[in-house]
Design a protein around this ligand. Structure first.
Ligand SMILES: Cc1cc2nc3c(=O)[nH]c(=O)nc-3n(C[C@H](O)[C@H](O)[C@H](O)COP(=O)(O)OP(=O)(O)OC[C@H]3O[C@@H](n4cnc5c(N)ncnc54)[C@H](O)[C@@H]3O)c2cc1C
Length: 399
């Protein structure tokens, strides 16, 4: 433990990735400080699906049980048809996930995940998380790295940019990126469960499929909340942000003709938010000297494999292993990057390839949708699509 106690790691951004990295590093004896621009450590009120490969990280870090107590373990997965509501039950996600991959598949309220991670970080180093700490940039030399904050500077041995899709640290390393609009937009909202009819209050993940749009809904926060995401083909919203408000009327217009259950979920959402879905080519590298990136800062991905946050969890764990394995910081960061590049590239590409998977015109009818479910959701195809993702073991991958 004491071997790393003098190595001081600065982390820009206290989101899912930044806090996971902080916890993994603190547990290996590093000194860590996290600089988060927000004045409170609260995540956006939205849901996130955490597949077993991500939950393995959380259990390895000792926070799995605490998170499970606050989350939902989706027992099943189903597909429903956009207009008739016809339902295809797919599989028992809960039991299958644990039996096959060793860890559950959880649907999680983001503030719960942040709370659990932050508590674990503070239990090791009470003052590790600095709020209202807006990062402006950095400089580095052969001996140290200096982080520039709005209200001063701090020095450390390494800097990790975990500052999300609009990363200042990435920009400092490689300049501005050039995202491409996919022509898609995600509506999202969180609904108090008691506002929904009984038949929707189930621990099941549902994918609604239709022509030109799809909806995903799943329970959160011990079943007290329902997460709603509706992806539509729209290019008029150019901003990637968790805080762009929309209106129920606008959202209802996008789902005109969809099943009553979809309409009810939209009507029960206080404020639906909009997120423009942008695409970026995978980066060829993301470390330079004593500075590296993790999570959305280096491999932002479309949500069509539900792996963005999970990749940030994996990154944090592997980063800590790499820094422990090599006392030369620059070499350690290159080893971390090398261990993560191919997997994250595959995920970014796979999610992009999935962009219109659910928007196929054949999904307009029961017959077309049945053929689609048989083809895309049979056991063999599901394994082909997900086994390589879910079996990844952060404790074993070579570094
Ligand atoms: C609609 C939608 C649905 C999704 N669903 C899923 C899903 O089901 N499963 C999944 O795994 N992923 C999902 N994702 C992806 C997931 O949200 C991201 O991949 C994940 O949040 C990335 O975590 P991060 O810590 O890298 O970045 P972020 O969560 O963006 O955190 C970055 C942090 O850095 C802080 N910050 C930024 N700039 C600065 C600065 N200059 N100074 C200081 N602090 C700064 C921010 O305030 C924030 O706290 C989804 C994404 C979207 C848009």
């Amino acid at each position: 433990m004491m071997r790393n106690s003098k190595t001081h790691i600065l982390i820009a951004g206290g989101g899912i990735g930044g806090l996971t990295a902080a916890l993994a590093l603190l547990k290996r004896g590093f000194d860590v400080d996290v600089y988060e621009q927000a004045s409170e450590l609260k995540e956006v009120g939205a849901g996130v699906q955490l597949s077993p490969n991500g939950n393995r990280v959380l259990f390895e870090l000792g926070v799995g049980e605490a998170l499970m107590a606050l989350s939902c373990e989706a027992t099943g997965k189903e597909i429903r048809l956009w207009n008739s509501g016809h339902t295809w039950k797919l599989f028992d996600l809960g039991a299958v996930s644990v039996a096959r991959y060793g860890y559950p598949y959880l649907t999680v309220y983001r503030p719960d995940l942040i709370e659990v991670l932050a508590q674990a970080v503070r239990a090791i180093k009470p003052d590790a998380i600095h709020l209202k700490a807006h990062v402006l940039g950095f400089t580095q030399d052969a001996h140290s790295v200096t982080l520039q904050l709005e209200n001063g500077t701090v020095q450390g041995d390494a800097l990790i940019g975990a500052d999300g899709v609009h990363s200042v640290i990435r920009q400092g390393l490689f300049g501005a990126d050039e995202p491409e609009h996919t022509g898609l937009m995600a509506w999202r909202g969180v609904i108090p469960m008691e506002r929904l009819p009984e038949h929707l209050r189930r621990p099941v993940g549902t994918n609604w499929v239709g022509p030109g749009a799809h909806v995903v809904n799943y329970p959160l926060h011990g079943g007290a909340l329902m997460n709603f995401i509706g992806v539509v083909e729209r290019s008029d919203i150019p901003v990637e942000s968790w805080s762009v408000r929309g209106s129920q009327d606008d959202c209802l217009k996008d789902f005109a003709g969809w099943h009553d259950d979809v309409q009810r979920m939209i009507q029960a959402t206080d404020t639906p938010f909009k997120w423009a879905l942008m695409q970026r080519a995978p980066m060829a590298r993301w470390s330079e000297g004593r500075v590296s990136l993790l999570g959305d800062a280096c491999h932002p991905t479309l949500p069509f494999l539900a792996q963005g946050a999970v990749m940030a969890l994996e990154d944090g764990f592997i980063l800590a292993r790499a820094l422990e394995a090599d006392t030369d910081i620059a070499k350690a960061l290159r080893r971390y990057e090398a261990a993560r590049l191919e997997r994250t590239r595959r995920i970014v590409q796979g999610a992009a390839d999935n962009t219109k998977r659910f928007h196929n015109p054949e999904l307009a009818s029961v017959e077309g949708a049945s053929a689609y479910v048989d083809r895309e959701w049979n056991e063999e195809r599901v394994r082909q699509r997900y086994d390589w993702l879910f079996t990844y073991d952060v404790t074993q991958v070579p570094i």
